[in-house]
Design a protein around this ligand. Structure first.
Ligand SMILES: NC(=O)c1ccc[n+]([C@@H]2O[C@H](COP(=O)([O-])OP(=O)(O)OC[C@H]3O[C@@H](n4cnc5c(N)ncnc54)[C@H](O)[C@@H]3O)[C@@H](O)[C@H]2O)c1
Ligand SMILES: [Zn+2]
Length: 349
């Protein structure tokens, strides 16, 4: 059975981490679980699914590597894992991307269950079936599409996340609301304090909607031909700023800056409703995220990164712009993106 993004169960449930064994039985019946878990998460939450084998991954993006993939694969072989194994990936996007890729390739593919433990992992990384590793030449250059049997998000696990990491993931949730759900956006404006206080009910609602939006977009375009491009809102400028900051900005912080900057450009181009950029900036600032290009940004490196964006066509920079809050400006014929004139980009601050 091929599992598709649109049909992958997304479970948002406070306390779900205490009930993982039952969930595995339900979504991978008869399979024996092997846990691949982020080392920090394993330390903070020692009670999570205490099964053997249990493989830990040291925290940090540089462990999302082919070397780590090989070590995990060897450890699985050594532990006697076989086709009856289900891999349970517990951690942020680094762990779910890496463990998902191990699952995609082990014996040509065994089932896996994604248990994201970061805001970004829940709202974004664990959904859509993209798995993979980085190489010295760039991020995510080797990978496979392999849908998990289920995605299990427990809002309680987010209580141990450092503030900066918690907030950066919210940028992707704001992006999902901005491309597809004005009601979610308005609710986030009113529920800002509850979200920041990580109140269970607020997180539950936020995660549920945000995850559903990503799953819906991805299932309409599972292998990235077209519509999935709208998930890149804020990311054309965002990636370039992230790169030009020498990665001092976290990904979500750069996306927050990118969302506002691209909305400003969209307004200048008459593609985006007036006031959209300000509304985005107010919400993102309220969530503790930056919304202006960093002072002293290396403009040469910024423009060089923009020139390399994967959405570019025939030497022009392209971005997935908003028509307004809750709506994108693109269409099928333009690949869901619009051209950003470099002279306008140069006027950004
Ligand atoms: N597959 C996709 O579609 C997709 C989409 C977006 C991002 N990604 C990938 O996701 C990765 C980034 O994910 P991330 O931001 O979750 O980073 P991450 O996995 O590195 O986690 C961030 C940090 O938080 C720690 N942590 C995780 N959960 C915790 C918890 N509950 N309490 C305390 N600390 C915790 C981790 O140890 C780590 O230090 C990148 O590699 C990116 O390429 C993938
Ligand atoms: Zn992103």
């Amino acid at each position: 059975v091929r599992h598709a993004a649109g049909t992958t169960p997304l479970l948002v449930e406070a306390g779900a981490l205490d009930r993982l064994a039952t969930m595995i039985e339900r979504y991978a019946p008869g399979h024996r679980p092997t846990v691949i878990i982020d080392e920090t998460v394993a330390g903070l939450w020692p009670g999570i699914l205490p099964v053997v084998p249990r493989l830990t991954v040291p925290s940090g993006e540089h462990h999302k590597s082919r070397e780590r993939w090989a070590r995990l694969t060897d450890a699985l072989l050594e532990a006697g894992a076989d086709r009856g194994t289900v891999i349970v990936a517990i951690g942020g996007g680094v762990t779910t991307d890496l463990a998902g890729f191990v699952a995609a390739t082990f014996l040509r593919g065994v089932p896996w269950i994604a248990v994201p433990t970061t805001t970004l992992g829940m709202c974004d990384a664990a959904i859509g079936g993209k798995t993979g590793v980085d190489t010295p030449r760039g991020k995510n250059l080797v990978g496979a599409f392999h849908q998990p049997r289920a995605v299990v998000a427990d809002p309680r696990v987010l209580t141990t996340l450092p503030d900066r990491i918690f907030r950066e993931g919210l940028a992707e949730a704001v992006k999902h609301a901005a491309i597809a759900d004005v009601d979610l956006f308005s609710w986030m404006e009113s529920a800002r304090d509850a979200i920041l206080a990580r109140e269970e009910a607020a997180l539950d609602r936020l995660l549920r909607r945000s995850m559903a939006i990503k799953a819906a977009v991805v299932s309409a375009d599972e292998h990235e031909g077209g519509q999935r491009a709208i998930l890149n809102a804020g990311h054309t400028i965002g990636h370039a700023v992230e790169h030009a900051s020498g990665y001092r900005l976290a990904h979500g912080e750069a996306v927050a800056i990118g969302l506002v900057a691209e909305a400003r450009l969209g307004e200048r181009l008459d593609l985006t409703a007036a006031g959209t950029a300000d509304r985005l900036a107010t919400l993102l600032n309220g969530l503790g995220l930056p919304t202006l290009l960093p002072e002293g940004l290396d403009r040469v490196s910024f423009e060089a990164a923009l020139a390399l964006d994967k959405k570019n066509r025939a030497g022009t920079i392209r971005a997935a712009l908003l028509a307004g809050i809750g709506q994108t400006a693109g269409s099928e014929t333009d690949g869901w993106t619009a051209t950003l004139p470099l002279e306008l980009v140069r006027q950004l601050n």
